[in-house]
Design a protein around this ligand. Sequence first.
Ligand SMILES: *[C@@H]1O[C@H](CO)[C@@H](O)[C@H](O)[C@H]1NC(C)=O
Ligand SMILES: *[C@@H]1O[C@H](CO)[C@@H](O)[C@H](O)[C@H]1NC(C)=O
Ligand SMILES: *[C@@H]1O[C@H](CO)[C@@H](O)[C@H](O)[C@H]1NC(C)=O
Ligand SMILES: *[C@@H]1O[C@H](CO)[C@@H](O)[C@H](O)[C@H]1NC(C)=O
Ligand SMILES: *[C@@H]1O[C@H](CO)[C@@H](O)[C@H](O)[C@H]1NC(C)=O
Ligand SMILES: *[C@@H]1O[C@H](CO)[C@@H](O)[C@H](O)[C@H]1NC(C)=O
Ligand SMILES: *[C@@H]1O[C@H](CO)[C@@H](O)[C@H](O)[C@H]1NC(C)=O
Ligand SMILES: *[C@@H]1O[C@H](CO)[C@@H](O)[C@H](O)[C@H]1NC(C)=O
Length: 750
Amino acid sequence: MNFNHMMPLKLLVVFFIILNPCGCSSSSSANFPIAKPSCLDHCGNVSIPFPFGIGENCYYRDQNSNFAVECNTSKLKFQDSPFEITEISLEGQFRTMNYVGYNCYAHNRSIKSNSPWTSLGMPFIFNSTSNKFTVIGCDSIAIVQGASNLREYTTGCVSLCNFKEDVEDGSCSGIGCCQTSIPSGAWQINVSLSSVFNHSSVLSFNPCSYAFVVEEDAFHFYADNLTNLESVETLPVLVDWVISYKNCNEAITNKSSYACGLNSECYVEEGALGYRCRCNEGYEGNPYLGCQDIDECRNPDRCGKYSACTNTVGSYKCNCIKGYHEDGDGRCVANNKKDNWPVFIGVGLSGGTLCVLILSFCFFSKRQRQKEKKLREELFRKNGGKFLQEKLDAAKRGGTNNIRIYKEEELEKATNDFDESQIIGRGGFGTVYRGELTDHKVVAIKKSKGVDEDQVEQFINEVMLLSQINSRYVVKLLGCCLETEVPLLVYEYIDNGTLFDHLHKKFKSSLSWDIRLQIASEIAGVLSYLHSVASPPIIHRDIKSSNVLLDQDYIAKVSDFGISRLISSDDDQVATMVQGTLGYLDPEYMLTGLLTEKSDVYSFGIVLMEIITGKKVLSSGKPEAEKFLSNVFLASLEENHLAEILDNNISSPENIDQLHEVAMIAKRCISVRGEERPCMKDVERDLLILRAKAKVISLQVFEKDSTKSETLLDMHSIGYGSSDYFTSSGQYSAPYTTTEQPLLTLPSGR
Ligand SMILES: *[C@@H]1O[C@H](CO)[C@@H](O)[C@H](O)[C@H]1NC(C)=O
Ligand SMILES: *[C@@H]1O[C@H](CO)[C@@H](O)[C@H](O)[C@H]1NC(C)=O
Ligand SMILES: *[C@@H]1O[C@H](CO)[C@@H](O)[C@H](O)[C@H]1NC(C)=O
Ligand SMILES: *[C@@H]1O[C@H](CO)[C@@H](O)[C@H](O)[C@H]1NC(C)=O
Ligand SMILES: *[C@@H]1O[C@H](CO)[C@@H](O)[C@H](O)[C@H]1NC(C)=O
Ligand SMILES: *[C@@H]1O[C@H](CO)[C@@H](O)[C@H](O)[C@H]1NC(C)=O
Ligand SMILES: *[C@@H]1O[C@H](CO)[C@@H](O)[C@H](O)[C@H]1NC(C)=O
Ligand SMILES: *[C@@H]1O[C@H](CO)[C@@H](O)[C@H](O)[C@H]1NC(C)=O
């Protein structure tokens, strides 16, 4: 804004004109105060507009946001945070310096590394379009995990190369540099780095791997960066801010915390989680302090040559000067007669109506949860049919779930009247039939054994849970039938058997190591999602190889949520009747009856053992010590005889290290004490890294065999994403309901 020009003298005829008294010299500095009176508005050369501020009464804060910053040696930071803020805009963004992750090798050992993490508290979000997760190195696997508004996410990038000459400046396609997006809504970024070959063959020109989230425009990749990043500690990222996680209606309700000052209005940008303020049209200034009228007449050309400008509050008027009149098109033309009509060319004033339209956006969380709890209680008392119907209606209204209500005769016809020959599974829960609907769609139909209340309850439980989960790796519920005495559930038909079948029965040895590792990481992903993304968290309670179905592409689909439990936020331990499958059942849970997520971790550990040994979990008719796979497994680990119990079909010199690593993960998962077991998101990350390594190694083997070096280079980018772990109902998970979230937190290991 440059108001430096003086108006041409010939236009200064009209006495109303108010000249801009400010001879502002800097074009960037505004001519209105940006901070509160007697508050510091600069730190170094970074300006600090309110709501940001230093010291008591200088910044904005409410129950879920805090804009307190501090200035130390000319560096602007959030309180108790190492991250320097380099720029703040009133349009809702700031730029901060984020840590670079590294993993350096010398000879054949890692000498130093870190795993930095950044957690932006409310109401700050990493901008997903301007920032990129970037990995630099010639033997580098990096995983970025974190929390976003809707879920936790895991994604990553692999970057490889054989020769420095192959690396191109400006290209981040996986050869020396790899870039990928971060999901929208991310407020936490955890970076972990790994390598496949310890940089052994690239040490001379690339001893280190680097990984960081960076503003795309602020980082340009050059081949030199393979060696010259050692001294770079931080790089800029762009962060979006809102004033508070409230919509405008909610915000305006509480006058004492409403942040928009005089002559400003509240608005919520599409996709944003909270509101911001902006000056009403015709006003300027810091909307959080109050906006002042813009003197439009400072622009000498505002009204045209024969018209005089008059500033009004929020707008301005143009009046033809003496001797001229308005010609009907807004122009002033010379008078023939004496008339001299003032003409108003007003600029439309837009009131504060816009924001009202954009609202009614999904703020479920607490109320929703309480509602569900109440409904659930009702379910336990009455029979479930009515509840189920309600649930389905709600899902339908929300447009989130396409759960269909099937007619009884439709399903009878599909299964040939529930003929024995159509049975594809049987269990404690009931029977599963294969069915073909009239549109030739093949489905699996689950029918409860009896009408006993427990079983009906399990069915309803399953519907309720599955209607909240939307993951590619969970068997999809298509619909149900309520007309029968017992409800029937209709699922997508997964036609390639269960993991159990493949490991122990029909299709023995058909699963390669790559596929087994993939299946393991998919199951880990589902559990990680159930435990830490689903809201409230879900404990599956019956993880076992026969509950993992495989499709034609060997994609794992976790099934059977019949005895799964929702864990409400106020009790993370639930006392239940011990249920599960012998051999997979967490001994701690068996003893105490207290259920936690770690019980699933235990069962998953057992599945991992099954995957690498190809042995059954429970071998009846053997001596007590050899009956349980877990005992045999732990004994062989202890005696360093792991190789002996590994599945011969998959163990080979190339992957023995990986098998060993998986064995160690399995061992941690079955630690006797639940608290010593890792959480599923760490397991997921470790398995993803292993998978990336396995992929690279198998490519290399292939390359050796075919003596064709191009192959490897073409396939360097391996992207992983679990962004399909997404509840389409738009529920927010925990981060927004806690107030203790630190604004920014220190990275570890630095
Ligand atoms: C002020 O900002 C400029 C860039 O805008 C930068 O180069 C300079 O180092 C900054 N000065 C201080 C003291 O931070
Ligand atoms: C209104 O805002 C103030 C200041 O943030 C807060 O202390 C108070 O609890 C809020 N009142 C309500 C009803 O939310
Ligand atoms: C300023 O920063 C230095 C290190 O950068 C730190 O040691 C010092 O305690 C800080 N001072 C204040 C007042 O926070
Ligand atoms: C690691 O380095 C040592 C010497 O520093 C060497 O003897 C050994 O063979 C190397 N191992 C590998 C796997 O390269
Ligand atoms: C991210 O930054 C760009 C550029 O400043 C901006 O246009 C966009 O609205 C931002 N995204 C969000 C979600 O705010
Ligand atoms: C990120 O790291 C922090 C600190 O180690 C941890 O508390 C948090 O759970 C991690 N988040 C994810 C998604 O791994
Ligand atoms: C990498 O180093 C680790 C220990 O530092 C070692 O166990 C592993 O075998 C090495 N891998 C390769 C491919 O050199
Ligand atoms: C990357 O390398 C180029 C060329 O040497 C250098 O100018 C640039 O500063 C490097 N990037 C960073 C972030 O250090």
